[in-house]
Design a protein around this ligand. Sequence first.
Ligand code: PLP
Ligand code: SF4
Length: 378
Amino acid sequence: MELWQQLLKQSVSSVDQLVDKFGIKKEVAERLNEFFMARINPYYLSLIRYPGDPIWLQAVPDEEELYDVDASEDPLNEESMSPVPNITHRYPDRVLFLTTSQCGLYCRFCTRKRKVGDSSKINMRELESAFRYLEEHTEVNDVILSGGDPLMLTDAMLEKILARLRQIPHIQIIRLGTKMPCVLPQRVTSELCKMLKKYHPIYVNTHFNHPWEITEESKKACEMLVDAGCPVGCQTVLLKGVNDDPEVMKELMKKLLAIRVRPYYIYQADLTKGANHFRTPIDVGLEIMDNLRGHISGLAVPYFVIDAPGGGGKIPLLPEYVLARDKEKIILRNFKNEVYEYPDVQEEHIVLKRGRSIEKRPKRKNGKKKVPVPVLAG
Ligand SMILES: *Cc1c(COP(=O)(O)O)cnc(C)c1O
Ligand code: SF4
């Protein structure tokens, strides 16, 4: 057994362990276990510094989860956008492909609890219909392996999937959505990296939420993946009590960049069952973005997005930089709140250089680009 598999085996998971380790009442621990099982491996457990700290909040079951009864188990409508088991096809050219129900840590805020945890939730025999779907859908050129966590598969199993995907000519990009570099970095071995190299272009998107998760071990895991030619991005979830603070987020983004991980998204927390206590006001996210852009390297500034409830996809939000706008100009503010004016182009008065005659720029075929009037979905 490899080291990472041994560590997983030693995870805190049972009701009795939850009672012993974290002082949860037995009756509560039983209900929490029923709702969404716990799995805290010794590596991630060792990152906890005190009860209720940002690491604890992400990993240790909390009674609060049980009070959130109304929220959806599938807030992003992934099931209705699933043409065959394990595939979610929401965007024109890319799909999500769930390959396992297992994770190295069961994050308490997980948006996909209905698919994650006990192994019956994803049937490996159903992978075949997913492959056939991908073969038939030539518009798909980007496949995101997710789950669960695809790095919970053995190297051999993962290689089978990658090899099969690489036989499909229209698939160009393969992404691994994996939290392992953060929660169980021992999973990233030189054998794994050697195997991944054979199937490029492979992109990795990982998931760090707090600066304490950046350790010697996680740094090594990310750097090994980058050295193997996989660009590594990070998808962070904005979580109350964990990272809902501009200084914490700034430190996290800078530390990620320093280990060659490129911040990609910050997600507003989903309306997922059992996670209401992690949600923050939208203004908190906007304030964080305001404290990033201009203040730190642009390479470390991700997009802040809301994954639209009901399955509308990721929608970016920006702090308000446009103070006013009319036909002649746009009035903007910069990161220091200084105000600037930029004169807009007046299409009727284009003067071409080099002494050529003054011409009117030909009108675009359909005139001004029309922005369709939004309608409320659902
Ligand atoms: C997030 C997501 C993707 C990938 O979106 P990108 O913006 O390209 O990273 C694809 N499909 C689904 C269903 C998703 O939720
Ligand atoms: S690793 Fe991802 S899929 Fe697994 S429990 Fe955490 S958030 Fe959910």
